[in-house]
Write a new protein. Structure first.
Length: 220
């Protein structure tokens, strides 16, 4: 009989920790077109949109830090995002040394995921939007249009639901230069994972408390 209360004490805190990630806990980051032919040690400003459920601005409070993170080998550099006038629209000023950088979108309490790869010198090559994510976005129907003239990629005027389209990863070069790389519209996807800040410290504390209680029960 002692095992049943102990089992409940273990399961209930874990369910409570996992609940926030399952209740609206995913988002998509759409990138604005980046400059073509980017050079190392040069300042650029990259725009991006952080949309909950891939369709609308974050509806909760205390989203947390938003930005773009670049990783090359053991180097990891975070450039904070600055909110722009439009809802869910941010800009990050970046400057990086030469090399190939893995790009991640930092989405507050949503988990960060890979955006794509930036080669310096070169272009920002963005990851394609997965088909299952397109279907999940299409399922989030809404009648509200949050934007005016300045809009996220794939959000046409008069339509609240996005219509992902194929677009280049960078703005076109002049006609005399070579053509830009072509990739599909970008996304940063938040997985249904709760094992991350701010939940990780809470989970560790809960496990310690459970371990102490289990030890005391065994001694009895």
């Amino acid at each position: 009989m002692r095992r049943i209360p102990l089992l409940l004490m273990i399961i209930v805190p874990l369910l409570a920790l996992a609940a926030p990630a399952r209740a609206g806990g995913w988002a998509v980051t759409f990138m604005d077109p980046a400059p073509a032919g980017m050079r190392p040690n040069t300042t650029y400003t990259l725009g991006f949109w952080l949309l909950q459920h891939g369709t609308h601005p974050y509806e909760g409070a205390n989203l947390g830090e938003v930005g773009l993170e670049f990783t090359s080998g053991k180097k990891r550099i975070l450039f904070p995002g600055v909110p722009l006038k439009e809802p869910a629209h941010y800009a990050a000023a970046i400057s990086l040394p030469p090399g190939t950088w893995q790009v991640e979108g930092v989405q507050g309490w949503f988990s960060p995921y890979k955006v794509g790869t930036l080669a310096l010198p070169g272009d920002l090559k963005l990851a394609p939007l997965p088909e299952d994510l397109k279907q999940a976005i299409a399922a989030q129907s809404s009648q509200r249009d949050y934007w005016g003239e300045i809009r996220p990629p794939g959000f046409p005027h008069g339509a609240a639901a996005p219509q992902p389209v194929t677009s280049p990863s960078a703005t076109p070069r002049p006609a005399a230069a070579s053509a830009p790389l072509e990739t599909t519209t970008v996304a940063v996807v938040e997985a249904d994972s709760w094992w991350r800040p701010p939940y990780t410290p809470m989970a560790l504390l809960g496990l310690v408390v459970l371990a102490v209680m289990a030890y005391r029960l065994r001694r009895r």
